[in-house]
Design a protein. Structure first.
Lengths: 378, 378
């Protein structure tokens, strides 16, 4: 008897927030979970031991980037992405679709797939659903995503419909190709479908229905946080969650700020990824229980307190705001590291606390407490 | 009875290489030792825990840089440099003299001191021997250096003589000021004089005589590796070592490549500092038992071996040359970190091995073995 991939452990009484467990051959993930983004095979500035220290359970790799550089064949030869980057816990790879649409040049989209030019060297490539699965087999992440089209905002209904139907068709081909082609490495890979449908409730429901009809190990909600108002984002997330199967994991792609996680967990989302903790960290912006602060600002010049007094991360245990500010001003890499490490730790502690609150049936109260302390900068 | 600052433990039979111990209030240093350079309050790219991991026993801070940014007053308020940068082991600060002559603009040198403009903002400053000690008291390193003039190469005899006499005079004033002004922080600081005299044996001997006449806790050999031929550098180092007191530590400033350390330890040097391991690491150049390699080169694209198979550092235990090359090509900070960490580890292992060889009276043989394996790129 095979262990279950996802176990729904608990739903908060009178709410939708869920606590669960995902089991992969590289270990367990406790949900809700935040996944730090390791675009090019490294979560920027953080060696794996720092990630473990911050409590990371699963990290992301970007198929588009890794395919172009260093190449999925090289990573296959190394024995897969885990070995290449020396990360022994679970990894998820996206499909590269989002990057093709946001980074690459000269895209030509057909039912077959999407042709694009590398943003590095202009070389031409074709991503089909099958090609992407082939790459993801080579990379060997534990959880892999189907190729999808992420529509821009705003998007007219006709195009949104056509696009989500194509994404559905691609999802079907991805699953078939995955079934016909065994893993390259000696462990299991799980496939997630991606709900699209832009800002149209009807299309989102159709997309959920189509994907669950095909059947995946989990479902991602894509195409959000692309410019639509926040309220709309949450409404659409809720519609998707309400229609997705209860006993499978739900992953809200590319989101978001701490308050977005808090809201979305309340709607029933289990998984998140976002570059905010690392990107903002590299810009000197750090997250604390009381909100965001820009540690490189002049006001912290003589501030001998840690970024967050109550934080137990390596940065906060050892360094002052004044020191980290100095590092930023002196152009020292250590500043980027300390801010990134703290932010990743912050995000992971946030989801750990959310999980505990759910298990204790106090998610609504916990949310209130979060907002009482955390000042969002609207 | 106060513990001795320096204990000469052993001199290699029939040679000059020495093993010893330096005791400070922040712990012991086993010599010969290499000191990683933390110019602006951080050894570039390496958090303190990585330095400990690499076996660092003492690190350097640059008085010139720290005085200008973030300022010695700020560091004084924090409780000293150890606390500011979260490094609890010994620290040495240079006098800033070298940086004034190599980095600052519009220097005006008089017997009083040296006036210069900050290379950051053009602001005007005056370093006198007394001012430098005052700054170093504020910073609070365990070992502090006197202000000296480091002459350029070549340097005519007349100027070299005048300059080293002024450096001697400054050394005397430094010691006096140090005696008159107690430590700011609650631990002892030791003062080193700096031997100058350019490439003139006679002046070097005069300088040693003058400094030992004043009396310091240790002696540095300055003004070398400024362009003179290597053979001359070693001859001058030997002359200095031969005339310096046996029972005090000798520090060869700013040197050097692994083979320079091996040679100089053989001449009786105890302490070294150099930016080579970190600077070259950031350029993708790494040190191995077999010599230097440029890990970002194309030939390592598919090389799944660690930088050095026999190395036990974090980088070599976990990552391949192919991965580190990828990080350099992708512009990822982690590449700089892994290469720097390995190089610092390499240097510290080199001096650990040298120390062991000395203790076992086989330094000459060990030197031969080093050269048999290590291919220098002349």
């Amino acid at each position: 008897m095979v262990n279950k991939f996802f176990t729904l452990e608990h739903v908060n009484d009178g709410g939708k927030a869920r606590a669960g467990r995902i089991l992969t051959d590289h270990g367990e993930i406790q949900t809700p979970i935040f996944m730090p983004v390791g675009t090019q095979g490294t979560v920027k500035t953080l060696p794996p031991r720092d990630l473990l220290d911050a409590g990371a359970q699963i990290i992301l790799g970007n198929t588009y980037h890794l395919y172009l550089r260093p190449g999925d064949q090289l990573i296959r030869e190394t024995g897969g992405l885990h070995r290449f980057i020396s990360w022994q816990r679970p990894i998820l790879t996206d499909s590269g679709g989002y990057q093709v649409f946001s980074l690459a040049d000269l895209r030509k989209l057909t039912d077959e797939g999407v042709e694009f030019q590398s943003h590095f060297d202009g070389s031409k490539h074709l991503f089909t659903p099958e090609k992407v699965i082939e790459i993801e087999r080579n990379l060997g992440a534990d959880i892999v995503m189907v190729l999808d089209e992420c529509t821009a905002y705003p998007c007219d209904f006709e195009y949104a419909k056509k696009s989500h139907l194509r994404t559905l068709e691609w999802a079907k081909r991805s699953k078939e190709f995955m079934r016909e082609n065994s893993p390259v490495h000696d462990y299991q890979q799980f496939l997630f479908g991606i709900v699209q449908g832009s800002t149209y409730d009807e299309l989102r429901r159709e997309s959920v229905e189509g994907l669950t009809g095909i059947g995946f190990d989990g479902y991602a909600i894509g195409g959000l946080a692309v410019g639509e108002p926040k309220t709309e984002m949450f409404e659409l997330t809720e519609i998707c969650c309400d229609h997705l199967p209860e006993d499978q994991p739900r992953y809200l792609m590319g989101i978001g700020k701490p308050e977005d996680l808090v809201e979305s967990i309340g709607l029933g989302v289990d998984m998140f990824d976002c570059v905010i903790p690392t990107r903002n960290g590299r810009n000197g912006q750090v997250f604390t229980r009381n909100g965001v602060l820009t540690v490189k600002n002049a006001e912290y010049r003589n501030d001998h307190n840690p970024i967050d007094e109550d934080c137990s991360c390596y940065s906060c245990r050892n360094f002052s705001r004044a020191y980290i500010r100095h590092l930023f001003h002196a152009g020292e890499v250590l500043g980027l590291q300390l801010a990134s490490l703290h932010n990743v730790h912050y995000y992971l502690e946030l989801v750990r606390n959310a999980r505990r609150a759910i298990q204790e049936n106090r998610y609504q109260n916990w949310t209130k407490e979060f907002y009482q302390q955390y000042k969002t900068n609207q």
